[in-house]
Design a protein around this ligand. Structure first.
Ligand code: BES
Ligand code: MN
Ligand code: ZN
Length: 499
């Protein structure tokens, strides 16, 4: 991955092939303009005066310095209106700068702090660039010709604080990009066993406990949900468990659970063919959880976290589970299967019940591409939160406001539980079209007892799809949505250990 460092430097001294300078809309002055060579500055002022470049959001021009100064070229990058600027826009603008630099064939470049220096700005700029430069090239014969290796963020302070903010941010993005790499894998090369082996590597690389529960063990343990969904596929299901112990044995862990359906055909209730290829992304929640475990372990956070990733392939075959089947779940509840395409909740249910029974966590968050209904409710740019604990939901939403990962909560009123009552079993696995994202969560709530729990439906946000708002820092494919927010939650907990 690209190296990003922070340096206090005067731009008249910084030797660099390319310098990016952010300019606010209709402002004549910009950061450290006085340090530029007078003739270069005069040229820039002229383009600003004659409105050739006005600093509108997303615009840019290239200025050649012709040997006048230590930088060969300058990109002026429009930041838009100053009043509207935010960390999220800094993230987007920094991403644009990195993409532009790559387009110009730069192997390294420098970028001036966009606005007043604070930790949020440095974090956002680092994230935007490291996320934007991601690409999934594993299956391409010709790799990209240019790769940016080094970026320096030039700031007007020599406090080491900002260096460590950038380092931490880059660490987190490494894990986000790890999630993207796994999530983008094609389903033929990424059966549940592949995710299990990825977890084994993480455990040995970062010092975590790992356990992969095999199909026969799950049968013995009574994990009927995972067994049912997995049995239509030649690729056996796996229950992947990673434990990170950063706070010592006395502290209750957080439990993270992620849906990893390596391919979702719908099973016997088969999906229409249109865009079925996108159902390789039905493993994104699970990949995000693996990446979160990687993040906390690589940063050695002083928290305890358990990650559980139930992984299956949902296929139609002579051995598939069927509509009408009644399945006994890990916690003893029975589920009438009325649609085999509502498979995510079946596997999450066992993982949640098992995780809570085994680890008595202080809080649980699950991430899943669970319902098309979440996209109908909130679109493709906002994830749905549903939970049983307002404090935890509010906390995640507050953190999401900082990371730019948009989330909104939906209510889990009693009425929704009525919709999933079954004639023949305790509950059924679908609740009809109305409120589909919430009835899915109502189903899950049967497996979490009273532990504080939030379910994050990332069906619309886990990868770039129809309706996705284009962002420089989200290249086509898996986004790793939600990881940055949950890392923040775990880091915050580290600072204020719960009683
Ligand atoms: N993985 C899908 C949900 C999904 C669909 C995510 C499209 C992203 C884009 C899930 O397993 C599913 O098929 N859900 C069904 C549930 C229904 C049968 C109750 C759905 O949303 O249609
Ligand atoms: Mn499905
Ligand atoms: Zn699915």
């Amino acid at each position: 991955m690209v190296q990003i460092k922070v340096e206090k430097a005067k731009i008249d001294q910084k030797q660099t092939p390319l310098l990016v300078i952010g300019v606010f809309e209709n402002e004549q002055d910009f950061q450290q303009s006085k340090e530029l060579d007078p003739s270069v500055l005069a040229y820039i002022k002229e383009t600003l005066d004659n409105k050739e470049f006005r600093g509108t959001f997303g615009s840019n021009i290239l200025v050649y310095t012709l040997g006048k100064g230590p930088m060969k070229k300058i990109i002026l990058l429009g930041l838009g209106k100053r009043e509207k600027f935010s960390d999220e826009l800094a993230r987007v603008c920094a991403g644009k700068a990195a993409l532009k630099a790559r387009e110009l064939g730069a192997r390294e470049f420098s970028i001036l702090q966009f606005s007043n220096l604070d930790e949020g700005l440095v974090e956002a700029m680092t994230e935007g660039m490291a996320l934007a430069l991601y690409s999934f090239a594993k299956y391409k014969a010709s790799k990209e010709s240019t790769k940016i290796e080094d970026i320096t963020i030039l700031i007007n302070s020599d406090s080491p604080r900002f260096q460590s903010v950038a380092e931490k941010a880059a660490f987190v993005i490494e894990s986000v990009n790890f999630a993207r790499d796994l999530s983008n894998m094609p389903p033929n090369d990424c059966p549940p066993a592949y995710l299990a082996s990825a977890a084994l590597s993480l455990a040995s690389d970062y010092g975590m406990k790992v356990r992969v529960i095999e199909r026969y063990e799950m049968e013995n343990m009574g994990m009927g949900g995972v067994i049912a969904v997995g049995k239509g596929s030649y690729n056996p299901p796996k229950m992947i468990i990673l434990e990170y112990n950063g706070a010592g044995d006395g502290q209750k862990p957080y439990l993270l659970v992620g849906k990893a359906v390596t391919f979702d055909t719908g099973g016997i209730s088969i999906k229409p063919g249109d865009k079925m290829d996108e159902m390789k992304f039905d493993k994104c929640g699970g990949c995000n959880v693996l990446a979160l475990m990687r993040a906390v372990a690589s940063m050695k956070l002083a928290v305890n976290v358990v990650g559980i990733v139930p992984s299956v392939e949902n296929m139609p075959s002579g051995t598939s589970y069927r509509p009408g089947d009644i399945v006994k779940m890990y916690n003893g509840k029975t589920v009438e299967v009325l649609n085999t395409d509502a498979e995510g909740r079946m596997i999450l249910a066992d993982a949640l019940a098992y995780g809570i029974a085994t680890y008595s966590p202080k809080a649980v968050v699950d991430m899943a591409t669970l319902t098309g209904a979440a996209i109908i409710a909130l679109g493709s740019n906002v994830a749905a939160l549903v939970g049983n604990n307002k404090q935890l939901t509010d906390r995640i939403r507050r953190l999401a406001e900082k990371t730019g990962e948009k989330m909104w909560d939906l209510p889990l009123y009693d009425e929704f539980h009525e919709q999933i009552k079954s004639t023949y079993a305790d509950i059924k696995n679908i609740g009809g079209r109305p409120g589909g994202a919430i009835t899915a969560a109502a189903f899950l709530s049967n497996f979490v007892n009273s532990t504080p729990w939030v379910h994050m439906d990332i069906a619309g946000t886990a990868w770039t799809q129809d309706g996705t708002f284009e962002k420089s820092y989200n290249p086509k494919g898996a986004t790793g949505f939600g990881i940055r927010t949950l890392v923040k939650m775990l880091m915050e907990d580290e600072k204020q250990p719960a009683s």
